[in-house]
Design a protein around this ligand. Structure first.
Ligand code: ADP
Ligand code: MG
Length: 171
């Protein structure tokens, strides 16, 4: 089995508030990835602006950061040999109408309600994944994780802790 790659999944506020959407999305995550870290947070606008700073100046920037600061979001650091691409493929196209037309069963198609409220975020490259995971989990060391933990999450023994919504080492 190939080494695990990590990515950051963020479940956006409208999906966190919708129990049907949230349980469906969580099942997809749990069935396809190992879940390394999970945390629910509520962002202030400044933190949301900072996270999305690559989009400063775009017409949707203000509505995006206002929306992301409007309620709780769920952060998941997830692992798979092809985590970045797989999670983005499961999400589908950024724009919900395009998603519904082209990929009716992707997550954005099933639970998206507008181009801004498009269910979830996924890092778009290894560099962004590292930056974004560090942004929300400043204590997380990629070096330590790849050297000490990766093999355990890849080969086991691990079990899924439903309460934490994370895989943990089986002692
Ligand atoms: P993705 O989330 O698919 O990587 P982008 O990085 O281009 O997409 O955009 C970041 C987020 O900004 C999107 O997930 C969506 O919430 C919002 N967004 C992007 N394009 C638009 C748009 N045309 N209209 C409204 N919101 C948008
Ligand atoms: Mg993006």
């Amino acid at each position: 089995m190939q080494k695990l790659q990590l990515t950051l999944a963020i479940i956006k506020p409208h999906a966190v508030k919708n129990p049907i959407a949230l349980s469906y999305i969580r099942n997809v995550i749990k069935n396809k990835f190992v879940v390394i870290k999970t945390k629910r947070v509520s962002l202030d606008k400044e933190t949301a602006e900072n996270f999305y700073k690559e989009h400063v100046g775009k017409f949707f920037y203000n509505r995006l950061v206002t929306f992301m600061a409007s309620g709780c979001i769920d952060l998941h650091v997830i692992g798979h040999s092809n985590a970045i691409e797989l999670w983005r493929r499961l999400l589908g196209p950024t724009k919900v109408y395009k998603a519904q037309f082209e990929e009716p069963y992707c997550l954005r198609s099933l639970f998206g309600i507008s181009d801004t409220r498009n269910v979830a975020h996924g890092s778009d490259s290894p560099t962004s994944a590292e930056r974004e995971i560090k942004f929300f989990f400043p204590d997380f060391s990629f070096y330590d994780w790849h050297h000490n933990d990766e093999v355990v999450y890849r080969k086991g023994p691990i079990i899924f802790n439903d309460f934490l919504f994370q895989h943990v080492r089986r002692l």
